[in-house]
Design a protein. Sequence first.
Length: 80
Amino acid sequence: MDTMADDSALLSGLESEDPRALAHFMRKMSTEMGEPLDSEMNEVIGRLEAGESPEAIESSMPELGSGDDGAGASSMGLDD
């Protein structure tokens, strides 16, 4: 039952476009999928946790969108 309450709070934060909620979601997904975050994503998440907007992060880190796999900021939801 606690998990449902946690998920509800998480979704509420995402809907209100809270950068901290996005950071929490990204960390949670990484943990649940067993995929470690690279140093660049740790920086992004740290900045989101500090309350910085995804737009500000994206503009200061243009290399986010230059990955070989095509998974740039837009595929992470950072440009929404």
